[in-house]
Design a protein around this ligand. Structure first.
Ligand code: NAD
Ligand code: DAU
Length: 342
């Protein structure tokens, strides 16, 4: 079977490529990635020489390039990870989010319609449901929760989801969608909470917690997400949405304190800074559907996953050191230089 995996040089996409090559030795994986600031070819070094793997640099919005890839590779499955993924960047510059996340998704599905496909899978996010209040721990996102977005990022992902479902209903395209909670693990780009805090703490630099730090995210180890997608792609029902999450809600501030403790760094590094605009308060997934239909359950407990992740960043400085020099420094100054301590 041939699989096109878009965004496979990013965090979750690369972990999915590794998962597929390991778990499905007969699978041929064609990774299509534009290599934006978030895509990193060095991440894919371990599989570059694998005869079942091919890397193609292309933009998912580039219709000619995408059609050519379909003609050459005749994929059976497409798994679309490619996206602009960082909420803070979407607040600064929404345009590229609309382009890649919406137009790119439509372009990939047009190719699937034109050339035929067994399954198009859209990797979506729990952020399409908006947020839940902190004082209602009894509430969770189910697949029936109305779409109610907060940021340009989540709005672009929700728009893509609507298009995917429309292509299913209108053209009969065999699609599935997964909506997962926050992932963590190896190869997580250092602009996101967990890797940013690990790397800043290692350098004894301030740990910038937005607002009161009481916002809650529902963390899932990346390999558990990859297993869920694998199951949905092969055994999920056409036209269905599956929520993915492991009932692991944590306050941001508690995560940052845990990282300090694990690294033996003082909590005095924690600095409360100006809050994110429109900051979602709480995400919490109800994963009953994927559990009942596909037997999926998370395997990695947060206490173990965060230790493994910290260990990975300690052992793989050669991966993140080049990333945090150069362009990243300009980004950091722009995003954090103007955030006041609160
Ligand atoms: P990431 O930012 O680490 O990686 C995105 C990848 O997409 C990069 O390799 C980048 O080069 C590539 N890309 C961007 N624009 C492209 C384009 N126009 N054409 C081709 N490639 C392009 O993102 P991630 O955190 O790995 O997220 C992957 C997917 O999972 C996204 O769709 C995201 O919305 C979704 N998601 C992420 C999380 C999370 O916690 N990170 C949770 C749920 C869902
Ligand atoms: O829920 C799934 C989503 O999780 C994905 O769809 C997104 O692609 C992914 O980036 C992630 O979004 P978040 O906004 O939740 O992740 P982020 O790591 O940016 O932030 C996590 C929380 O930490 C959030 O409440 C904001 C806060 N935060 C973040 C940064 C970068 C801080 O307090 N300080 C920071 O410096």
């Amino acid at each position: 079977m041939n699989y096109i995996v878009t965004g496979g040089a990013g965090f979750i996409g690369s972990n999915f490529v590794f998962h597929m090559l390991k778990e499905h030795p007969d699978a041929r994986i064609i990774c299509v990635d534009k290599l934006t600031y978030a895509g990193n070819l060095s991440t894919l070094k371990p599989v570059m020489d694998n005869p079942n793997f091919r890397f193609i640099r292309a933009d998912i919005c580039d219709r000619d390039a995408i059609y050519k890839i379909f003609e050459e590779e005749k994929p059976d499955y497409v798994v679309n990870f490619a996206a602009e993924s960082h909420v803070d960047r979407s607040i600064e510059n929404p345009g590229v989010f609309l382009q890649t996340n919406i137009i790119g998704t439509a372009t990939m599905m047009d190719a699937c319609r034109k050339y035929g496909i067994k399954r198009y899978h859209q990797v979506s996010t729990d952020e399409v449901y908006g947020d839940l209040p902190l004082d209602r721990p009894d509430l969770f996102f189910t697949e029936e929760t109305p779409i109610h977005t907060s940021s340009p990022y989540s709005s672009s992902k929700a728009s893509a989801d609507l298009l995917v479902l429309a292509y299913h209903r209108t053209y009969g395209l065999p699609v599935t969608i997964s909506r997962c909670s926050n992932n963590y693990g190896p190869y997580h780009f250092p602009e996101k909470l967990i890797p940013l805090m690990i790397i800043n703490a290692l350098h004894d630099e301030p740990l910038p917690v937005y607002g009161d730090g009481l916002n809650v995210r529902d963390w899932l180890y990346v390999e558990d997400h990859c297993r869920a997608i694998d199951l949905i792609v092969h055994r999920g029902r056409d036209g269905e949405v599956y929520n993915v999450g492991g009932h692991n809600e944590m306050k941001n501030i508690d995560i940052v304190k845990m990282i300090c403790k694990e690294l033996g760094k003082p909590e005095s590094l924690i600095t409360h800074v100006t809050d994110r605009k429109g900051h979602d308060r709480r995400y919490a997934i109800d994963p009953t559907k994927i559990h009942n239909e596909l037997g999926w359950l998370p395997e990695t407990k947060f206490a173990d996953g965060i230790k493994k992740t910290i260990r990975w960043y300690l052992d793989n400085e050669d991966w993140w050191q080049p990333i945090i020099s150069g362009e990243y420094q300009d980004y950091y100054e722009k995003m954090y230089g103007s955030r006041e301590e609160v």
